[in-house]
Design a protein around this ligand. Structure first.
Ligand SMILES: Nc1nc2c(ncn2[C@@H]2O[C@H](COP(=O)(O)OP(=O)(O)OP(=O)(O)O)[C@@H](O)[C@H]2O)c(=O)[nH]1
Length: 465
């Protein structure tokens, strides 16, 4: 079972109250105090951040709310959190957060920015309704768009973000700032997810070896983040031009962490389908027999038809490996995951992996995880088993065999499960028999909180007030 964060002792509160630091992003909000970290010969791949907030709550000993929108490629979600002066979550009604989601995501309105912004109105109204009227003007609201908008390109995404800024300014009393409505870069998304999970597990402030690593499989991108030792951080490879920073230094609850984090754009679950179709051509060994159609992703229509001999686990593995370019890209670092990306060196911060988003969803739909449980301990090999079963299923039988799978996803169930297994084992190099924790929500005190990056962003936002 998950460890439950104990109530803080008075002496610990003193320690925590003084400095709570969360990751910063290049957009440092007003009111941060920049501390000098111990000097070190920084390699180019390490961004050194140190932010401390003198006081966690601007309302004296009261409540501080934060509203964060997750504008994902497959949907938009709003999270509202309430913190006390010790930066602990306190209930909003019966829950520890307000969480509302809708489909489609902003990127579905690529050519209509106003409609994209308007799609958030119902979420904004619900979010604002749970924030006390007298606190609304001091409650930060942020919108973090992820791989969906990254994939649209700068022009289209800027137009959508500008329309969203206008919506927040014109249709809400929450405290919005232009730089709070952005496309998150992948490393921010991964780092926020790491903060979320370790905050909820009560690990922040502990040694790096007592924190857990995270893998977050979205529709457009997949992120991996875990804390590494000082020695491994010093060995972080120098960046080639255009490469993202591999290591973020963070000072959280009295301890300095070196966080290895990487986001693989185009390797989220929905984007990877397009990569796999490109790797195989339109007749694809992953598609359930009986399906003939097309797959639309990123504004491109891919013709799709099942192989006459039907879908096969091994045939699908071959094209998934080809899509990941596991053996095609030279690794110029000590060790790589895939696509020539440094793997961070592994270590104790990665020994426990919390794996979220589409990993949980597909495992639940494939029937080897209970969809009503917040977490599930599995092994990557169970994705292989589930994939074998799915790849032997005909499209005509899929509805009865997999009643929880949405109609549009049925032709791709074999592909998705094979991809997830291949990503874990061949992409990230995880032992097929290593236990991993699939997570949808994390138990925090007597309630459950969504295992999603917005909480990490909210902690940063209120630390900056
Ligand atoms: N319950 C719950 N599900 C979520 C949450 N965030 C995402 N999901 C689900 O996880 C799956 C993937 O969502 P994301 O990881 O945001 O992926 P995406 O929306 O495609 O976003 P990007 O690829 O990162 O742009 C979808 O089925 C979402 O419905 C959350 O906070 N709570």
């Amino acid at each position: 079972m998950l460890k439950r964060p104990g109530r803080m002792h008075e002496d610990k509160i003193q320690k925590y109250r003084g400095v709570i630091l969360v990751i910063s992003v290049p957009l440092l909000l007003i009111g941060f105090v920049l501390l000098l970290l111990p000097s070190r010969s920084p390699s180019e791949s390490i961004q050194e951040y140190a932010i401390s907030s003198r006081k966690a709550s601007p309302n004296g000993g009261g409540k501080t709310f934060a509203v964060v929108f997750d504008a994902g490629s497959s949907g938009s979600r709003v999270h509202v959190y309430c913190f006390d002066q010790y930066m602990d979550l306190i209930p909003i009604g019966k829950e520890l957060e307000l969480f509302v989601q809708l489909k489609p995501g902003l990127s579905a309105y690529a050519n209509n920015p106003q409609e994209a912004a308007n799609s958030l109105q119902s979420l904004l109204d619900k979010a604002e309704s749970v924030v006390p009227r007298d606190l609304r003007s001091r409650t930060p609201v942020r919108v973090g768009a992820t791989a969906g908008l990254r994939a649209l390109g700068v022009e289209a995404s800027d137009r959508i973000l500008e329309a969203v800024r206008e919506l927040l300014k014109g249709r809400s009393r929450l405290k919005s700032e232009p730089e709070g409505v952005t496309v998150l870069d992948g490393t921010q998304e991964g780092a926020y997810q790491w903060v979320t999970i370790n905050f909820l597990l009560g690990n922040l402030g502990k040694k790096y070896s007592n924190t857990v690593g995270v893998v977050d499989l979205g529709g457009g991108s997949v992120q991996m983040a875990y804390a590494i030792s000082e020695e491994d951080a010093a060995k972080a490879p120098r960046l080639s031009d255009g490469e993202d920073t591999y290591v973020k230094d963070m000072y959280l609850k009295g301890r300095n962490y070196h966080l290895y984090v990487h986001s693989y754009l185009r390797y989220g679950l929905l984007a990877a389908r397009a990569e796999i179709l490109k790797a195989s051509g339109s007749v694809n060994p992953c598609i359930l027999v009986g399906y003939e159609g097309s797959y639309k992703y990123g504004g491109v229509n891919y013709p799709v038809s099942a192989s006459p001999s039907g879908s096969s686990m091994n045939g699908c593995r071959r094209v998934a490996l080809k899509a990941l370019k596991v053996n095609e890209t030279t690794c110029t670092h000590m060790k790589c995951t895939f696509g020539g990306i440094w793997n961070g060196g592994g270590g104790d911060g990665q020994k426990n992996l919390f794996v979220a988003s589409f990993f949980f969803d597909r495992a639940a739909e494939a029937g080897f995880v209970n969809p009503n449980q917040p977490v599930a301990t599995v092994r990557p090999a169970e994705f292989e088993e589930a994939a074998k079963r799915a790849c032997q299923t005909k499209l005509e039988d899929a509805k009865s065999v997999y009643p929880h799978v949405e109609e549009d996803n049925r032709p791709y169930l074999c592909m998705d499960l094979v991809y997830q297994y291949t990503l874990l084992v061949d992409g990230f190099g995880i032992d097929p028999w290593q236990k991993i924790t699939l997570v949808k929500k994390v138990k925090y005190r007597n309630a459950f909180v969504e295992a999603a990056w917005p909480l990490g962003s909210a902690i940063e936002a209120i630390s900056a007030l």
